[in-house]
Design a protein around this ligand. Structure first.
Ligand SMILES: Nc1ncnc2c1ncn2[C@@H]1O[C@H](COP(=O)(O)OP(=O)(O)O)[C@@H](O)[C@H]1O
Ligand SMILES: [Mg+2]
Length: 237
């Protein structure tokens, strides 16, 4: 019953795209997925209204730190919880991080504008310092130019590894399909391959990304392994 939070205090980092791809892929494989949309813009909720007609997907659009705790406590077996955070640091940020079995931090592969990611890394370190809670996390390279060579990707990963930051092996590639699915309110599998270039590559990238997440976080993780200690981590927000 893993809780996965997608976090970066910067807007446009690729959080909602990663959350949407993961939600679709996990539900396609038969997992029940609850998505927490904590962004006031409600992008993923709006998108799932039209694109996510799937009985295994449940969306919680009104999220407060208290409601997050209630939902996570009541979770059913085999559920994945995906928390799509807003592009700012607020009270929900610390609560979501503290409940997470894994935090994915999208960073745009090209610009490497990592300030928003650094804020999340700092907060994770702060929670650990204050409460002893270790929150597993990885940087997810996002919007990576498909022309970027394996060599330069390895260089970026090496740089982050030197700083002790785990990096997901699968980056999210910049694909027209990932834009189109939001523009048209459709899932990847409802797009027209005649009109959307490299749709097959986008699907394969989404599958690889989800495979890696599933390997990292099999659904049998027990919820009690996350037991945030309120006094410490709430102050961290
Ligand atoms: N891998 C990608 N390929 C193409 N467009 C992308 C990709 N990732 C994000 N985008 C586009 O960039 C914008 C911001 O992405 P989004 O996932 O909403 O970021 P965030 O949730 O971090 O604010 C959206 O218009 C989205 O469609
Ligand atoms: Mg978003």
């Amino acid at each position: 019953m893993p809780v996965i939070t997608i976090a970066n205090t910067k807007g446009g980092a690729g959080k909602t795209t990663a959350a949407a791809l993961l939600t679709l892929e996990l539900s396609k494989r038969g997992y029940a997925v609850t998505v927490f949309d904590s962004d006031p813009q409600k992008w993923i909720s709006q998108w799932l209204e039209t694109a996510g007609h799937h009985p295994l997907i449940n969306v919680v659009s009104h999220v407060t730190p208290a409601s997050l705790e209630c939902h996570i406590r009541d979770m059913r077996p085999n559920d994945y919880f995906i928390i799509d955070l807003a592009g700012e640091k607020n009270q929900i940020t610390a609560t979501a991080l503290a409940y997470s079995h894994h935090v994915l931090i999208p960073v745009q592969g090209s610009g490497m504008d990592a300030k928003g990611a650094a804020k999340i890394l700092d907060l994770i370190a702060q929670i650990r310092q204050q409460t002893g809670l270790v929150i597993p996390h990885s940087v997810l390279l996002s919007r990576v130019n498909p022309m970027v060579t394996t060599r330069s990707m390895l260089a970026i990963k090496g740089l982050l590894a030197q700083r002790g930051v785990e990096v997901m092996a699968t980056p999210i590639i910049e694909r027209a399909a990932y834009r189109d699915m939001f523009d048209l309110g459709r899932s990847l599998y409802e797009l027209d391959p005649e009109k959307c270039s490299n749709l097959d590559k986008a699907m394969s990238n989404a599958r690889d990304f989800s495979d890696e997440v599933l390997k990292l976080l099999p659904s049998r993780i027990i919820s009690s392994s996350r037991a945030p200690r309120h006094n410490g981590w709430n102050r961290a927000a």
